[in-house]
Design a binder for this molecule. Structure first.
Ligand code: AMP
Length: 190
Protein backbone atom coordinates (compact mmCIF):
# COMPACT_ATOMS: atom_id res chain seq x y z
CA UNK A 1 0.00 0.00 0.00
CA UNK A 2 1.07 3.58 -0.60
CA UNK A 3 0.01 5.53 2.48
CA UNK A 4 0.76 9.22 2.43
CA UNK A 5 0.25 11.82 5.12
CA UNK A 6 -0.32 15.11 3.34
CA UNK A 7 0.73 17.65 5.92
CA UNK A 8 0.66 21.39 6.30
CA UNK A 9 -1.13 24.27 8.00
CA UNK A 10 -4.74 25.23 7.26
CA UNK A 11 -4.84 26.74 3.78
CA UNK A 12 -1.71 24.96 2.54
CA UNK A 13 -3.67 23.31 -0.28
CA UNK A 14 -3.97 19.78 1.10
CA UNK A 15 -7.55 19.29 -0.10
CA UNK A 16 -6.95 20.71 -3.58
CA UNK A 17 -3.82 18.66 -4.14
CA UNK A 18 -5.36 15.49 -2.69
CA UNK A 19 -7.91 15.42 -5.52
CA UNK A 20 -5.08 15.34 -8.04
CA UNK A 21 -3.12 12.67 -6.18
CA UNK A 22 -6.24 10.50 -6.02
CA UNK A 23 -6.58 10.72 -9.81
CA UNK A 24 -2.98 9.86 -10.52
CA UNK A 25 -2.28 7.18 -7.91
CA UNK A 26 -5.73 5.69 -7.28
CA UNK A 27 -5.53 6.31 -3.55
CA UNK A 28 -8.39 6.93 -1.13
CA UNK A 29 -8.57 10.47 0.16
CA UNK A 30 -9.36 10.49 3.85
CA UNK A 31 -9.86 13.96 5.27
CA UNK A 32 -10.85 13.98 8.94
CA UNK A 33 -12.18 17.54 8.52
CA UNK A 34 -14.45 16.38 5.65
CA UNK A 35 -15.75 13.45 7.70
CA UNK A 36 -16.52 15.77 10.62
CA UNK A 37 -18.29 18.23 8.29
CA UNK A 38 -20.39 15.39 6.80
CA UNK A 39 -21.38 14.39 10.33
CA UNK A 40 -22.33 17.97 11.17
CA UNK A 41 -24.51 18.07 8.06
CA UNK A 42 -26.09 14.75 8.98
CA UNK A 43 -26.68 16.00 12.51
CA UNK A 44 -25.10 12.90 14.06
CA UNK A 45 -23.92 12.71 17.65
CA UNK A 46 -20.32 12.86 16.41
CA UNK A 47 -21.17 15.93 14.33
CA UNK A 48 -22.65 17.81 17.27
CA UNK A 49 -19.57 17.07 19.36
CA UNK A 50 -17.09 17.93 16.59
CA UNK A 51 -18.85 21.20 15.78
CA UNK A 52 -18.38 22.50 19.33
CA UNK A 53 -14.60 22.33 18.78
CA UNK A 54 -14.39 23.16 15.08
CA UNK A 55 -16.33 26.41 15.35
CA UNK A 56 -13.70 27.69 17.77
CA UNK A 57 -10.75 26.47 15.74
CA UNK A 58 -9.85 23.87 18.38
CA UNK A 59 -8.95 20.25 17.82
CA UNK A 60 -11.57 17.56 18.31
CA UNK A 61 -10.30 15.30 21.16
CA UNK A 62 -7.82 12.60 20.13
CA UNK A 63 -9.89 9.69 21.38
CA UNK A 64 -12.89 10.68 19.26
CA UNK A 65 -10.81 11.49 16.18
CA UNK A 66 -8.74 8.30 16.30
CA UNK A 67 -11.83 6.11 16.67
CA UNK A 68 -13.48 7.81 13.71
CA UNK A 69 -10.34 7.51 11.54
CA UNK A 70 -10.02 3.79 12.24
CA UNK A 71 -13.61 3.12 11.31
CA UNK A 72 -13.19 5.10 8.06
CA UNK A 73 -10.09 3.10 7.06
CA UNK A 74 -11.87 -0.20 7.77
CA UNK A 75 -14.64 0.69 5.31
CA UNK A 76 -12.39 -0.18 2.36
CA UNK A 77 -11.55 -3.64 1.11
CA UNK A 78 -8.10 -4.05 -0.47
CA UNK A 79 -7.32 -0.36 -0.88
CA UNK A 80 -4.28 0.68 -2.93
CA UNK A 81 -3.48 3.13 -0.18
CA UNK A 82 -4.66 6.29 1.53
CA UNK A 83 -3.94 9.98 1.55
CA UNK A 84 -4.41 11.10 5.12
CA UNK A 85 -5.36 14.77 4.98
CA UNK A 86 -5.65 16.63 8.29
CA UNK A 87 -4.62 13.56 10.27
CA UNK A 88 -2.53 12.99 12.37
CA UNK A 89 -2.64 16.41 14.02
CA UNK A 90 -1.07 15.45 17.37
CA UNK A 91 1.72 13.07 18.41
CA UNK A 92 -0.85 10.84 20.11
CA UNK A 93 -2.71 10.54 16.79
CA UNK A 94 0.55 9.71 14.97
CA UNK A 95 1.36 6.95 17.49
CA UNK A 96 -2.17 5.58 17.24
CA UNK A 97 -1.98 5.58 13.43
CA UNK A 98 1.33 3.66 13.45
CA UNK A 99 -0.07 1.01 15.77
CA UNK A 100 -3.30 0.70 13.89
CA UNK A 101 -1.61 0.34 10.49
CA UNK A 102 0.74 -2.26 11.95
CA UNK A 103 -2.29 -4.26 13.06
CA UNK A 104 -3.47 -4.39 9.46
CA UNK A 105 0.05 -5.20 8.18
CA UNK A 106 0.63 -1.78 6.74
CA UNK A 107 2.50 1.44 7.52
CA UNK A 108 2.90 5.07 6.51
CA UNK A 109 5.05 5.36 3.39
CA UNK A 110 5.84 9.07 3.72
CA UNK A 111 4.71 12.34 5.21
CA UNK A 112 4.78 15.12 2.63
CA UNK A 113 4.72 18.64 4.04
CA UNK A 114 3.35 21.49 1.97
CA UNK A 115 5.41 24.48 2.96
CA UNK A 116 3.55 27.83 2.90
CA UNK A 117 4.27 31.00 4.88
CA UNK A 118 1.74 32.41 7.33
CA UNK A 119 0.69 35.61 5.49
CA UNK A 120 -0.11 33.61 2.36
CA UNK A 121 -2.19 31.16 4.42
CA UNK A 122 -4.33 33.95 5.84
CA UNK A 123 -4.98 35.34 2.35
CA UNK A 124 -5.92 31.91 1.00
CA UNK A 125 -8.25 31.15 3.91
CA UNK A 126 -9.97 34.53 3.58
CA UNK A 127 -10.51 33.82 -0.15
CA UNK A 128 -11.75 30.30 0.52
CA UNK A 129 -14.27 31.65 3.05
CA UNK A 130 -16.07 33.42 0.20
CA UNK A 131 -17.12 30.16 -1.45
CA UNK A 132 -16.56 27.34 1.02
CA UNK A 133 -19.28 28.41 3.44
CA UNK A 134 -17.00 27.13 6.20
CA UNK A 135 -17.73 28.84 9.51
CA UNK A 136 -14.12 28.35 10.62
CA UNK A 137 -12.79 30.21 7.54
CA UNK A 138 -14.97 33.26 8.03
CA UNK A 139 -13.74 34.66 11.33
CA UNK A 140 -10.15 35.98 11.50
CA UNK A 141 -9.98 35.11 15.21
CA UNK A 142 -10.85 31.48 14.48
CA UNK A 143 -8.31 31.40 11.63
CA UNK A 144 -5.64 32.75 13.97
CA UNK A 145 -6.56 30.12 16.55
CA UNK A 146 -6.29 27.32 13.99
CA UNK A 147 -2.85 28.55 12.97
CA UNK A 148 -1.76 28.78 16.65
CA UNK A 149 -3.05 25.26 17.36
CA UNK A 150 -1.20 24.08 14.26
CA UNK A 151 2.06 25.60 15.49
CA UNK A 152 1.74 24.29 19.05
CA UNK A 153 0.30 20.82 18.56
CA UNK A 154 0.46 19.79 14.93
CA UNK A 155 3.77 21.09 13.54
CA UNK A 156 5.74 18.89 16.03
CA UNK A 157 4.20 15.78 14.41
CA UNK A 158 6.78 16.23 11.61
CA UNK A 159 9.45 15.05 14.03
CA UNK A 160 7.63 11.75 14.46
CA UNK A 161 8.10 10.97 10.76
CA UNK A 162 11.53 12.60 10.44
CA UNK A 163 12.79 10.17 13.09
CA UNK A 164 11.53 7.31 10.93
CA UNK A 165 13.20 8.77 7.83
CA UNK A 166 9.79 9.34 6.26
CA UNK A 167 9.56 13.08 5.72
CA UNK A 168 9.67 15.17 2.55
CA UNK A 169 9.09 18.90 2.20
CA UNK A 170 7.47 20.33 -0.93
CA UNK A 171 7.29 24.05 -1.73
CA UNK A 172 3.58 24.96 -1.48
CA UNK A 173 3.87 28.35 -3.16
CA UNK A 174 3.10 29.02 -6.82
CA UNK A 175 0.39 27.81 -9.17
CA UNK A 176 -1.74 24.81 -8.28
CA UNK A 177 -0.32 22.94 -11.33
CA UNK A 178 3.28 23.66 -10.32
CA UNK A 179 2.67 22.36 -6.82
CA UNK A 180 1.01 19.22 -8.21
CA UNK A 181 4.07 18.56 -10.40
CA UNK A 182 6.35 18.92 -7.37
CA UNK A 183 4.20 16.47 -5.44
CA UNK A 184 4.18 13.94 -8.30
CA UNK A 185 7.93 14.08 -8.55
CA UNK A 186 8.37 13.67 -4.77
CA UNK A 187 6.01 10.67 -4.73
CA UNK A 188 7.54 9.06 -7.81
CA UNK A 189 10.89 9.06 -6.01
CA UNK A 190 9.55 7.01 -3.08
P1 AMP B 1 -9.66 20.72 8.25
O1 AMP B 1 -10.75 20.48 7.29
O2 AMP B 1 -8.56 19.67 8.15
O3 AMP B 1 -9.11 22.12 8.19
O4 AMP B 1 -10.26 20.54 9.71
C1 AMP B 1 -11.27 21.39 10.20
C2 AMP B 1 -11.42 21.22 11.70
O5 AMP B 1 -11.79 19.87 11.99
C3 AMP B 1 -10.15 21.45 12.51
O6 AMP B 1 -9.94 22.82 12.79
C4 AMP B 1 -10.47 20.64 13.77
O7 AMP B 1 -11.38 21.32 14.61
C5 AMP B 1 -11.20 19.43 13.21
N1 AMP B 1 -10.24 18.35 12.87
C6 AMP B 1 -9.96 17.87 11.63
N2 AMP B 1 -9.03 16.90 11.69
C7 AMP B 1 -8.71 16.76 13.00
C8 AMP B 1 -7.80 15.94 13.71
N3 AMP B 1 -7.01 15.07 13.08
N4 AMP B 1 -7.75 16.07 15.06
C9 AMP B 1 -8.54 16.94 15.71
N5 AMP B 1 -9.40 17.76 15.10
C10 AMP B 1 -9.49 17.68 13.76
Amino acid sequence: MLNLVLFGPPGAGKGTQSTRLVEKYGLIHLSTGDVFRANIKGETELGVLAKSYMDKGQLVPDEVTIKMLKSEVMKYENPKGFIFDGFPRTNAQADALDHFLEEIDSSISQMISLDVEEEELKTRLANRAKDSGRVDDADPKVIQNRISVYRAETAPVKEHYKKQGKWTKVDGLGSIDDITERLFSAIDKL
